[in-house]
Design a protein around this ligand. Structure first.
Ligand code: GLC
Ligand code: CA
Length: 519
């Protein structure tokens, strides 16, 4: 078990995920840019988010929206320059905010110079940077591969799309009959780890505060229980503890018991994997849709929570660039309840840009840059009622992705002016969280009501200084439950709630937080 350093700022962190191509375009080319992010830092801060995660913004042919990196140390020209990134770090730090970049350690673009070298028949320093079999007629079992594109006689394993060759971190148990399968400790995989730590060092030195790590759980191949991948992360953890103990690391893994063991500070619950995250917002009958079941989510959450207790954070996102927009399945007042839950749970919450105004999934779009069905969740931010909703002043047909064209599409401007809007509620909720340490990342949690197929969901958040009872009822009927507390003082509510003689009554579509006494 690693005793990793834990950056103090994560205790009160609330993250905002920015998809850079769709946030704010300052030079009218139809694509968002880094200067656009810098320009909007005050907005993000006023929303109550004190940290951001920026999706990959590095040089790339953009076959997978930048998750196909061609140069890890160069900002893609369409987003600006390395100097712009440095300025963004400085401006964020001035405001007490932190910035995570997206590290894609598992694969590169097939246009990366490492891969071009690796394709050559003659041996060179990059021959073992990727996973190649020793014959074009042999494929790496269990993985897709690139074949017939090089003089080198072999097939190269790929990770996601066919244009994303897998970097070589070795096999957990190399097959002695397949000498091309290398052990984690051999030269090729160790060279990959060294190259990736160089990338991390490059950005951390410039002022970056850490990384969201793409597909963090699948680096080592043939590694069913992830033991090999955990070993690789331990090695990277030692590097970070030595040189950058304040750097924060969050994994796209979805299995906190494994990722936190590997030395990550935080892991996401995701739309794939065993977490039952989809039960909340994205399944046929999501709990926050008003007719779902939360009990299995809670059981799995507590299992992970106990396994990771105190060592790392379980982070629940409102959505991300790979999932359907939250507002596709959760509507109206129920969206406020979804945020009430997200912002009163332990771990650092992540708000996907635009979810705070209920931006919609744009239906029927043609795929953009490998987005396919994800494209509708990646449309340009809707700031105001000017051209392109204030995203930028390009011709509308030059926009990176077409915008929601409905006349009632939500905008930041309209919602800022309306006390009853989702955005105003989210701001009040982040303020509530920031005023109560028990509600923040490390405050304890105990679920006191999470019955099968039933509402409400209620939980107690506590630390040394206070104890708070939160209850949420996204259903369309009023509900009651015995709280187990004698006395309670209301400190926050959405909809209606009443506490009497230990029984809490929540109106339809309601949420409440009570301060309760230690019994
Ligand atoms: C992750 C990213 C996704 C990308 C994939 C391949 O799941 O979030 O957008 O396509 O990895 O890098
Ligand atoms: Ca631009």
């Amino acid at each position: 078990m690693s005793k990793n350093c834990f950056p103090k700022w994560l205790d009160s962190a609330v993250f905002y995920e920015i998809y850079p191509q769709s946030f704010r375009d300052t030079n009218a080319d139809g694509i968002g840019d880094l200067n656009g992010i810098t320009e909007k830092l005050d907005y993000i801060k006023e929303l109550g988010c004190n940290a951001i995660w920026i999706n990959p913004c590095f040089d790339s042919p953009f076959g997978d929206a930048g998750y196909d990196v061609a140069d890890y140390c160069k900002i893609a020209p369409r987003y600006g320059t390395n100097e712009d990134m440095k300025r963004l770090f400085i401006e964020a730090h001035k405001r007490g905010m932190h910035v995570l970049l997206d590290l894609v350690p598992g694969h590169t673009s097939w246009e990366h110079p490492w891969f071009k070298e690796s394709m050559k028949a003659e041996k060179n320093p990059f021959t073992d940077r990727y996973i190649w079999t020793d014959s074009i007629w042999k494929e790496p079992a269990g993985y897709g591969s690139l074949r017939g594109i090089s003089d080198r006689d072999g097939s190269c394993a790929v990770n996601f799309f066919s244009h994303q060759p897998a970097l070589n971190y070795g096999y957990y148990a190399p097959d002695p009959n397949e000498p091309w399968q290398q052990s984690i400790d051999s030269e090729g995989p160790q060279g990959t780890i060294a190259a990736m730590t160089d990338v991390m060092r490059f950005w951390l030195k410039m002022g970056c505060d850490g990384f969201r790590v793409d597909m963090a759980g699948s680096l080592v191949k043939g590694d069913v229980d992830c033991k090999g991948t955990i070993k690789v992360w331990h090695q990277i953890r030692r590097f970070l503890d030595g040189e950058f103990p304040e750097a924060a690391m969050i994994s796209e893994w979805g299995e906190p018991d494994k990722s936190i063991e590997g030395g990550f500070h935080m892991d996401f619950l995701l739309h794939f994997g065993p977490s039952r995250y989809n039960d909340l917002f994205r399944c046929e009958k999501p709990f926050f849709g008003g007719e779902g079941d939360v009990s299995e989510f809670v059981a799995k959450y507590m299992d992970n929570y106990e396994k990771s207790a105190g060592r790392g954070l379980i982070c629940i996102p409102s959505g991300n660039h790979d999932m359907d927009r939250l507002a596709r399945s959760v509507k109206g007042q129920k969206l406020k309840l979804a945020f009430a839950f997200l912002l009163t749970m332990p771990g650092a919450p992540f708000i996907y840009y635009g979810d705070e105004i209920g931006m919609r999934y744009v239906e029927g779009l043609t795929s953009v840059e490998g987005g396919y069905g994800r494209t509708g969740s990646r449309s340009p931010m809707q700031w105001d009622d000017s051209v392109n909703c204030g995203f930028g002043t390009s011709a509308p047909d030059k926009l990176y992705i077409p915008q929601d064209s409905s006349p009632d599409r939500p905008t930041v401007k309209a919602q800022l002016a309306d006390e009853t809007s989702l955005l105003s509620e989210v701001k009040r909720l982040t303020a509530l969280r920031s005023a109560h340490s028990a509600l923040q990342s490390r405050g304890g949690i105990e679920f006191v009501c999470a019955e099968k197929n039933s509402y409400p969901l209620a939980y107690v958040r506590s630390d040394d200084s206070e104890r708070l009872l939160a209850a949420v009822n996204p259903s369309d009927k009023a509900v009651t439950f015995r709280s187990g507390f004698e006395d309670a003082r209301l400190i926050y509510s959405i909809g209606s709630s009443q506490f009497s003689e230990g029984t809490l009554t929540l109106g339809a579509e309601s949420f409440a937080v009570y301060e309760v006494q230690y019994g």
